[in-house]
Design a protein around this ligand. Sequence first.
Ligand SMILES: Nc1ncnc2c1ncn2[C@@H]1O[C@H](COP(=O)(O)OP(=O)(O)O)[C@@H](O)[C@H]1O
Ligand SMILES: [Mg+2]
Length: 455
Amino acid sequence: MSAEADPTTVVSSTDGRSFRLRASADDGLRAGDFVTIADGHGDEHLGFVESLEEVTETTTWAAGSILPGPTTPRPFRSGSARRSERGVVADFFAAAGADLPVGFLADSPDVGVGLIPKRLNRHTFWCGQSGSGKTYALGVALEQILLRTRLPMVIFDPNSDFVRLGETLPQVEPSVAAEFGEREIRVLRQGDGPDSLRARMRTMSRSARGALLRLDPIIHRAEFNAMLQLHPDLHLNEPRELAEHLLASDEPGARALAERVENLGLFDWHIWALDRPAASDIVAERPAATVLDLGSCSNSEEQLTVALSVLNDLWARREERRPVLLVIDEAHNLCSPDLESLLGRAVRDQVVQIAAEGRKFGLWLLLSTQRPSKVHRGIVSQCDNLTLMRMNSPHDLADLGDLFGFVPRQMLAQSSRFRQGEALLAGGFVPAPTITKVGARLTVEGGIDVKVPMP
Ligand SMILES: Nc1ncnc2c1ncn2[C@@H]1O[C@H](COP(=O)(O)OP(=O)(O)O)[C@@H](O)[C@H]1O
Ligand SMILES: [Mg+2]
């Protein structure tokens, strides 16, 4: 289909909403293309090609949707279509309020692509195989959210990839760098500084504390009860004072609990807040971004405990209805259906609960992973926005097709040939499913790939 109406391109619509068209095979039409349709009644509409139904040596039959525009289309029999001019597509994105710039159309690098910021009030799933550029692209999106919205975010960062989110690159325009400088970014990592990564057990829910201590309320009645009796205002200078406090009790349950905590090695963990600020306290101050550098923890149990304490606290405060974007990179670590430990399951179940019920309280998830099947169904099925980067596995693609029925299958299939940095964006946060080449980062990447040393 040349820019001029091709006489062999014929379009019809039986309902004014969907269309079928026949075009010359030379036009190379693909799912995801935009077409401008003249309906034969004198009006033009923007159309979106969803599938190629049959392609012969000479002819392509395709089907798609007519996008909402200034005039309401009526059914028509013999309209004509042409590939939409770039300006028309750009205007369509602008009219939909897609003004968080994240890149360019993969096929037309002069058309910018943006996300619709107000639609971040949904959960988002972000996936692609390892090395496809997920974390880089996520950084591009988070930078724009930071600059152009006032939606605070909490980043669960297991690979220390976002610890330099506050540092702009030298080529960034000074005015943009200055705006970054004004946004409060707190990076919490293990250590002794004021922004160290800490958890507070005594304010966690009883089931969360039970999971951490591997206590069952029925099987370990006495110990569980001793845990409940611990006074929330109990003042401790160091974790081991808890053992002294418990051992001073006459209750056998309290003494057993002291042994349990000792046996689990919890006194040796470095994450306990005691009277210092916990990560959840810092998140509650609502900085523009809080990066939880989980990669700085000494072991995965400490990571899970910090994650649980933050998620648990946000859930406990849900009635405050203060919006926050919870960004979980490598989400399979915290959200897998196969987690075995009680602690891991407690974290996952808290995310499942937020996925199912958090939206109306302003708790919005953005989950990134390389393995869709390693994120609990109860979480993925609640996601309305999708970013899909290169994905080779036919099994995973079929799975995504089932979970994200609103994405044309042929666009999903194209992802196996994506280059690094290319992404299919679909769902409420874009005006139409779009294959995008993500733009350049403005801030320094943290854990960039280690290179092979060369002479
Ligand atoms: N769009 C891009 N432009 C430039 N470099 C990129 C881009 N996407 C990824 N990279 C680089 O490729 C490497 C892997 O990307 P990353 O985002 O960590 O992949 P993933 O998170 O999918 O495993 C990183 O070193 C990153 O800097
Ligand atoms: Mg990554």
